[in-house]
Design a protein around this ligand. Structure first.
Ligand code: FO1
Length: 310
């Protein structure tokens, strides 16, 4: 059994490969929910949906979020209400709306996010267990020169094109792990930390009560993939965020950030020169191609990760 700690696009691409090398039902993805928010009264869970749609081969390949072949009629009509305060900067496609209607309705009826996520995963016939990190609300808040912004206002509203000097996760102190999260970590042969933003994607999951401790106990069996390649993030603001928080934007910076609870770091061939520095921090280091241009490449990377630990 394998457990994976996941954020959005990078994690989703690795998981799409991992389901090709791990038998059905033997993989549990524990997904960040601190990006979750409410728009138009609908509960949006971007990372859960990005993982679901990607593993289901239903994701829009260009945007990296939302469904392929999407239409936007509801959003176009929403513009009529822009002058009356409707939120028009965050886009929910017509088909994506169905996921949001279902999730929101179920939550309002009293289902937990764990239950709804399992139903959505089943509806998309995902061959993995999809777990939110917590059923309690956690909200990433980003400190910028213009004050503190909720995560989606920073990421989508401001195109993450604004300096970040701090990050906090509202609600994290009291958030308990969703059912199955700690068990998955404790029982997995290998725990994989996906190549997601270490601060705002992996950070909240690690911050949920007990998660960091249970990883630290299994440190030898925890393998992380660096999301920083050649000093930069492939997608998103992870590199600028690390620097904004006074950390080094490199695979070595990631190694330092993860050293307490990660036993092995996978870094890209481009960063081969950093391997000795990673090892000097007391981590094992695997150097390989980590850029997942195709699902086949993601499957190869998954096999490398899992064999490294077998
Ligand atoms: N990202 C955007 O850049 N613009 C959007 O309008 C947008 C809408 C959206 C709707 C549903 C969803 O699941 C994700 C969506 N995303 C959008 C992506 C997402 O908000 C971010 O990429 C993640 O939160 C960062 O991991």
């Amino acid at each position: 059994v394998i457990a994976a700690i996941a954020g959005g696009v990078g994690a989703a691409r690795l998981l799409r490969g991992m389901v090709r090398v791990v038998p059905t039902g033997q993989l549990t993805a524990i997904v960040n929910t601190a990006d979750d928010t409410v728009f138009h009264g609908l509960h949006v869970s971007p990372d859960l949906d990005t993982v679901t749609y990607t593993v289901a081969e239903a994701i829009d390949p260009v945007r990296g979020w939302g469904l392929a072949g999407e239409t936007w009629r509801a959003m176009e009509h929403l513009n009529r209400f822009a002058a009356f305060g409707a939120t028009t900067w965050f886009n929910l496609g017509d088909a994506d709306l169905a996921t949001h209607l279902f999730r929101t309705d179920r939550l309002r009826q009293g289902a937990t996010l764990t239950e709804v996520s399992a139903d959505i995963a089943a509806a998309f016939t995902l061959p993995l267990h999809l777990l939110p990190m917590s059923n309690d609300p956690v909200a990433t808040m980003v400190m910028t020169p213009e004050g503190e912004l909720p995560f989606q206002e920073y990421f989508v509203g401001r195109h993450h094109d604004i300096d970040v000097s701090g990050v906090r996760f509202e609600g994290i102190e009291t958030a308990t792990p969703a059912p199955g999260v700690i068990d998955a970590i404790e029982q997995a042969e290998t725990v994989v930390i996906c190549p997601s933003n270490p601060i705002v994607s992996i950070g909240p999951v690690i911050g949920v009560t007990g998660v960091r401790e249970s990883l630290t106990k299994r440190r030898d069996d925890v393998i992380a993939v660096s999301p920083i390649i050649g000093g930069a993030a492939l997608k998103g603001p992870a590199d600028r965020m690390l620097r904004g928080l006074g950390l080094e934007s490199s695979a070595l910076g990631v190694a330092r950030w993860y050293a307490d609870f990660v036993g092995t770091l996978v870094i890209d061939t481009i960063d081969a020169a950093l391997a000795d520095g990673v090892r000097a921090l007391g981590l094992r280091c695997i150097v390989t191609d980590t850029i997942m241009t195709t699902p086949e490449r993601a499957a190869e990377l998954s096999a490398t990760i899992l064999n490294a630990h077998a």
